[in-house]
Ligand binder design. Sequence first.
Ligand code: ATP
Ligand code: MG
Length: 404
Amino acid sequence: MTEVNNTAMQEEERNVFIVRCGEAALKGQNKPYFEKMLVERIKRLLHKYEGVEVRRREGLVFVYADKKIAKDEIIHQIGKVFGVASISPAVTCEPTMEAVYATAVDYMKQLIEERGIKTFKVEAKRADKSFPVTSPEIARRVGAAVLKGCKVLKVDVHDPDVVLFVDMRSDKAYLYQQKIKGFGGLPLGTNGKGLVLLSGGIDSPVAAFMMAKRGMAIEAVHFHSYPYTSERAQQKVEELASILAIYCSRFKMHVINLLPIQEQIVMHCREEETTIMVRRFMMRIAQAVAKEKGCDMLITGESLGQVASQTSDALVCTDAVCDIPVMRPLIAMDKVDIMDIARDIDTYETSIQPYEDCCTVFLPKHPLTRPKLKRIEESESKLDVDALVKAAVESLETIEIFPR
Ligand code: ATP
Ligand code: MG
């Protein structure tokens, strides 16, 4: 992206996009901070394009892009930025009624040609309150001008083919007809850092996405049981991570072989307890990694009752080993709804590839669904928990994950 000023490139050579900041705009005194972070994120995503400028003005973000770059491409990119409520590709003109009439007629003619629209209504607002015509009056007069200039069009205030929005601002008038929804949320990096326990499944990428959407930067930890789990299984997790990085920016993924611990558990503990024991070790190790890497909390894709290790009794047992907060954004969600989000964010197809996970290695025939913390702690006392955790943390390998 290059810094371009108005004189260097005339407005008419550029497409204009109005970006609304949603919740970030409601943050009172912090508003400028959130907006600045949002602008930074948008700039970073559009960095690869020549001739793009991002500006903050009067509570909105304006993106100017060379007309050579397809509009859809820009919208697609901006739509991936957390904190963006909606995007409107707009046309602009001088902020006078005459200029707006002419621009509105041209704009509607184009829509008649492209989409065969037959009905419309106009909605107007004045960000510039010193503008001498009231908003309803602007809408009425622009409507009349469009009717005069486009004979095929009729007004329909209830169910129009197109709503033409006119936004009178001090610098320009902006005309648009679409508000394309963004993800909403808060700009990435405005809310601490979490360590996500990332498996190759459907749930944990969605959980990471949901926390990042609230502004949390992420790192990831992944456990494997090599050679029981394959290299291809790990590649799949790296692929998932690189899809996440599209939204979460590049991040670090720490990879740990859990096999030595699983072998100890299998050797010394009751078969039906292995699942919950493995989960407790995962949490302990993740917590140690989180502390070492400056992460404030853990994130998992657990959902109440989904499997044996996620019943309320099981969650009590896993939580008991954690002294930092554990975020479980999917806890009250049904699987079908989690799958819908996975499809939306493009992780689903990768998640369903059938590769083994370390949790499926040494899977007991009948895992406990109602483990009792005291019993589990008794069984665990046969293991040198601290030494096992320490060795696991020391063995971690870190991979840098880049957006796909
Ligand atoms: P799915 O349930 O869609 O198969 P999942 O990732 O949710 O995938 P679960 O067995 O339900 O798998 O595990 C619950 C949670 O534990 C996961 O969401 C994830 O946060 C964590 N987890 C499971 N396996 C691993 C792993 N191999 N590495 C890191 N975290 C894991
Ligand atoms: Mg799951």
